[in-house]
Design a protein around this ligand. Sequence first.
Ligand code: FES
Ligand code: FES
Length: 159
Amino acid sequence: MDHEITLVVNGTARRCRVPARRLLSDCLRHDLGLTGTHVGCEHGVCGCCTVLLDGRPVRSCLTFAVTVDGAEITTVEGLAGRDGGMSAVQRAFAECHGLQCGFCTPGFLCTVTALLEENPAPTDDEVIDGISGNLCRCTGYQNIVKAVHRAAELLAEEA
Ligand code: FES
Ligand code: FES
């Protein structure tokens, strides 16, 4: 049996019919066409599928879509600024080469966006702790850590 749900995704209300077992990651990618959210391990380890649920990072591969009916979801597609340009976090990742293959990047961008919202000037240790739930197979993390600090600077300049 399918369930009718409404998700406010990147500021827009989206309705869809999903079976009770539909994962939020599959709902976003397949039902709503938002393929920016990536799926790696599909069992809660890698963090690739991270999206913001009412502003908090969650693993969309561990979340049933029906359980978040009515919630606000932000995916990587929704991180851009109001003018459509890249967000400070996105610009910092580009500037600091915080990505190589980029597969993990949408999850990092969502995680780091929430991290800096909560802690606008994190220390190195706080950054490392904050991104510890996201795995990257390419970068060795050094440039990702640099990118988080650079994003903090850019956000402070914008404030
Ligand atoms: S795909 Fe969700 S944590 Fe890996
Ligand atoms: S850039 Fe390739 S997995 Fe992170």
